[in-house]
Design a protein around this ligand. Sequence first.
Ligand code: ZN
Length: 276
Amino acid sequence: MSYINYEVREQVAVVSLNRADAGNAQNAALLAELDDAFAKAVADEGVRVIVLRAEGKHFSTGHDIAPAVLETEPWKSMFDDVDQTGMLRMYDWESSHYFGYSRRWRDIPKPTIASVQGACVAAGLMLCWPMDLIVAADNARFSDPVARMGIGGVEYQAHGWEWGARKAKEMLFTGGWMGVEEAHRLGMVNRVVPLDKLDEETFALASQIAKMAPHAMRMAKRSINAMLDAQGQTTALNYGFETHSLGHANAWATHKQVTTAGLAEMTEGNKTAGKV
Ligand code: ZN
């Protein structure tokens, strides 16, 4: 693995995004490695808890949209022949990768903890939201600015579940930042800790949970996730992904671009995220 570090310490798998020089922006290879790392942790009977953390200043600045990277991303080539194939190849790819990963990671049959510092932007939310718990540093901040790109939100449309309907609308309508204290108050973040204590505090929580009975943890998780499903979360997430895909299709139909605003603004979005 080149974009992900993986180690097991005291029954805790520590999975680290290791692309700090790019703000842990996500390309297809990083996500595939991350999916492999989670699968490895699930298969290892010695692992009881999984921590997802990130090297560097920022947890993740979203999907990598640097022009040079885009040329090599699988979905970019789909736009090159979209006039022949329509949007369904793109829809299928995002369904199984971006959306599919987040859906699968939500249901990992072991407790998962995200450990977040700095910027967590757009697809960054798709990494931490599917985790069971979120421990955040006091400098963490969150944003989904993709409405500026002509799309209603990221592929995993969990904003309303994480922030409540009214706040989720404000965040999507403005594309602004939410500070960590507000994210904590709204229930998205479990604990806020000093940045220099983030790893220590996250690992302490993971170690505490690792001492609990694994089967009980699995059943506790299943029951709470079932509660979310009974409230309609799966249906709402599926609908959110459909509207996201309609956003892509509309941008292509009207502007022949990946998004209404185009790649230049997307790239600017990554740069902005890197500045905070
Ligand atoms: Zn998309």
